[in-house]
Design a binder for this molecule. Structure first.
Ligand code: SF4
Ligand code: F3S
Ligand code: FES
Length: 235
């Protein structure tokens, strides 16, 4: 079948503004958008720039705006979106070249919620692990699936409006540690997400949940954090 691929192009070294280029390719309905981008790069224009690594939905590096919605290019098939495909960079980030954006501010926000395990207490007397029941683990399990692709944060209208908003990805990570019964820095993280750049900026738009390739119920997790700020209850 014939597939038309319209791709956002911008090279700041030579272009004064962006433009789109259109390519017509032979492909299959089972081709992924990443396969099509590789074809263009391999056979039409080797200067086309985009990020990718695992090609299997694990590394989170190929988040793109495809037909107006955020997806991982390696997870979306032609049969899911049709044969007229527009590919653009994710929104709200500085464009470095073509489909590559500067992810640094995204990771800066991520680091603000202290995304590591904090527990300075001595190990239990038997010297073994810090035990946790399956029920305690289930409370934060969904957030552990995040691959930091930024599909959520860059689909959020509150993030587009103010780039100092921590964003849903950082809040998912905050939830993952705040509700972990083994971690001891919940109150410190609660203070961080309660600042004006945190939970208050989420207006329950729900775009984040719809965009997440790992099907993490992001809006629900953010809601649990909001409730915890009111009740002070973390369990
Ligand atoms: Fe990507 Fe989902 Fe993690 Fe957001 S929560 S960064 S959409 S995996
Ligand atoms: Fe944004 Fe998701 Fe909240 S899209 S406004 S973080 S529910
Ligand atoms: Fe790794 Fe798509 S290339 S998630």
């Amino acid at each position: 079948m014939q597939i038309t691929l319209k791709i956002f192009r911008y090279n700041p070294e030579v272009d004064s503004t962006f433009h789109y280029e259109t390519y017509t390719l032979e492909g299959e309905e089972t081709d992924r958008v990443l396969d099509l981008l590789e074809k263009v790069k391999g056979y039409n224009d080797g200067t086309l720039s985009f990020r990718r690594s695992c090609a299997h939905g694990v590394c989170g590096s190929d988040a793109l705006r495809i037909n107006g919605r955020n997806y991982l290019a390696c997870k979306v098939l032609v049969r899911d979106i049709g044969t007229n495909i527009t590919v653009e960079p994710i929104l709200g980030m500085k464009i470095i070249k073509d489909l590559i954006v500067d992810m640094e501010p995204f990771f800066e926000n991520y680091k603000k919620v202290l995304p590591w395990f904090i527990n300075d207490s001595p190990l239990p007397a038997d010297g073994k692990e810090r035990l946790q029941s399956p029920e305690q683990r289930a409370i934060f399990d969904e957030g552990t699936k995040c691959i930091l692709c930024a599909c959520c944060t860059t689909s959020c209208p509150s993030f587009w409006a103010s780039d100092d908003y921590l964003g849903p990805a950082a809040l998912v990570t905050a939830h993952r540690f705040i509700f972990d019964s083994r971690d001891e820095a919940a109150s410190e993280r609660m203070e961080i997400v309660s600042e004006t750049s945190g939970l208050a900026r989420c207006h329950t738009a729900f775009n984040c949940t719809l965009a997440c390739p790992r099907e993490i119920p992001i809006t629900k997790l953010i809601g649990e954090l909001k409730i915890a700020t009111i009740t002070g209850k973390i369990e």
